[in-house]
Design a protein around this ligand. Structure first.
Ligand code: CTP
Ligand code: MG
Length: 240
């Protein structure tokens, strides 16, 4: 049981190098090994910026981001090797087969591993219906996939590496509730620490805790029940 994935933000302030204002201010919270944190907040509140700090796509200006207690300066590619899986808000496919797209960057991904990840990501059935199934070319000049299908391929790409930390940036927005439910159930067996950015209360309620961002600040952080008492923004989302 080496798998960990404890994440701690301590008074993190962050501003993009090219920007004048901080997009995250004094953000503090922690996530235990294997727990799921849902992140909610209006557009531009800093959700994507926050999760990008875990694989160190950027350095923070103040405070600390600790992964398993360490404030290591990881390059994004190192963090991939260290079990941090990011499913970006805009899924990126490159030109190549479905298998290559899922196995990308993982040396020696077996056929079985690719199919298992695709099944868990709820994209296997779609792939089976493509002209050449797993050998179908996607990306430029490949078959067209919908936004939601691309998102799920991108989830499979993260799962095939058995991540200890998984970040889903609005990755389930295009899924119907039933498919999303199956995906969340399948994720449980990976027992990874999971960050799930979502607009849906039903998704957030599945998480251990919820973090509400408001203009780069933590408006509230706690369980669904706690937020009903402490977060006016959350209550508003529940009622709408
Ligand atoms: N931002 C920036 N430079 C970037 C990316 C974002 O200055 N390279 C700014 C955005 O203009 C925004 C703030 O950072 O004011 C937060 O952006 P983001 O974290 O992307 O917000 P989200 O909460 O993820 O918004 P959305 O729901 O639309 O994805
Ligand atoms: Mg975003």
């Amino acid at each position: 049981a080496i798998k960990k994935g404890v994440v701690e933000f301590k008074h993190v302030t962050f501003q993009y190098p090219e920007s004048e204002v901080a997009v995250l201010q004094d953000v503090s919270f922690s996530v235990k090994e294997g727990e799921t944190l849902a992140i909610m907040g209006s557009t531009g509140s800093g959700k994507t910026s926050l999760v990008q700090l875990i694989p160190r796509l950027y350095e923070v200006n103040d405070g600390q981001v600790l992964v398993d207690g360490q404030d290591v300066k990881l390059y994004p590619i190192e963090s991939l090797r260290n079990g941090i899986g990011v499913v970006p808000q805009e899924a990126v496919l490159f030109t190549g087969s479905v298998t290559e797209n899922i196995g990308w960057g993982k040396e020696h991904a077996t056929e079985e591993e690719v199919v298992a990840a695709a099944k868990d990501a709820q994209i296997h059935e779609t792939i089976e219906k493509l002209p050449n199934k797993y050998e179908t070319r996607v990306g430029q000049r490949g078959v067209n996939l919908s936004g939601g299908q691309k998102q799920r391929l991108s989830i499979a790409r993260a799962l095939v590496r058995q991540p200890k930390i998984l970040m889903l940036d609005d990755s389930t927005s295009a899924l119907d509730l039933k498919t999303e439910g199956k995906l969340l159930t399948a994720l449980r067996k990976y027992s990874c620490t999971t960050f799930i950015i979502t607009q849906k209360i039903s998704t957030a309620m599945e998480a251990n805790r919820i973090l509400i961002l408001d203009d780069g600040r933590v408006e509230a952080w706690g369980t669904h029940e706690e937020l009903l008492k402490t977060s006016p923004l959350y209550v508003k989302m529940v009622q709408s």
